[in-house]
Write a protein that binds this ligand. Sequence first.
Ligand SMILES: [Zn+2]
Length: 167
Amino acid sequence: MDFKGRQTQKCPRCGGKALINQTKCPDCGLVFSKLEYATNKAAGERYKAGERSAIVFVKKTPIDLKKWKLILFGVLLGLFGAHYFYTRRWWWAIFYLLGFALLSVCVIFNGYLVGVADGALIDVLAFFVGIYGVCWIFDVVRICLGRFKIPVSIPKHMQVVENEEQK
Ligand SMILES: [Zn+2]
C-alpha cells in the first residue's frame, strides 16, 4: 500500500502502518475499534495462559484502569514498582522491587559496605541502583505525558462473538 503523503496510524499489535481511516490493520488483521473494549484484566489472564500473542500494548488507559491511579502509584509508590503491579507488567514490577531492595541495602549498610565489599561490587550495585532510579524518572514522565504502555487484551467472550460473526 502507498502511504506517501497520507495520514497514517501505527498498529499497536504489530507496529505496521495503516491509514488513519482504516478500521483494520492490513498486516495483522487487528480491528482497531475492538481495542476500546480491551482490558488490562484480560491481558493478565492471557499472561497466565501463556497467550502472549493476544496481548497488545497501548498508551491509552484501558476501561478497567484509572489514569489518576496510575499517576498516583507511579509518583508516590513508583520506587516499589506500584505502577507496574497496577498494570500487570510483572517482570518490571520484580525489577523495581529488586531495585528498591538494593537501594535500601546501599542506604542502610552504606558505611559497612565500603568497609567489607570490594570496589567492583559497590560499582555494580551503584550502577544497578542508578539505572533503576533513571527508569523510575522516565516512567513518571511517560505516565504524565500519556506515553506509558499498558498491556491489554480483548476479553475471550468478545472474541467468540467475533468468530461467530465471520461464519
Ligand atoms: Zn497490525
